[in-house]
Design a protein around this ligand. Structure first.
Ligand code: ZN
Length: 85
């Protein structure tokens, strides 16, 4: 019998109770299949963390359409001022 993804996720996030965690750990020691799945879960975590980091680096306003509208208003104001001179 193998562990399901959600069980491995519980093991990884330590939400599994101690007894089950120890049993899971014993299983992982000799089961390559479950170890590979656990590794996959950890890679997903890394991927999500990277995604979050790159979002922060991009410095994009939360609402791009609002941002564009704001730019449009500034442009209009500038044109009005230029034409009145
Ligand atoms: Zn297994």
């Amino acid at each position: 019998m193998h562990y399901a993804i959600h069980e491995l996720d519980q093991y990884r996030s330590r939400t599994m109770n101690l007894f089950r965690r120890l049993a899971c750990r014993c299983h992982l020691l000799h089961c390559q299949k479950c170890r590979a799945q656990l590794r996959q879960l950890e890679q997903d975590d890394l991927f999500l963390a990277e995604l979050r980091q790159s979002e922060q680096r991009m410095d994009v306003p939360e609402n791009p359409s609002e941002y564009r509208k704001l730019c449009g208003i500034f442009e209009e104001e500038r044109h009005k001022r230029e034409s009145s001179i």
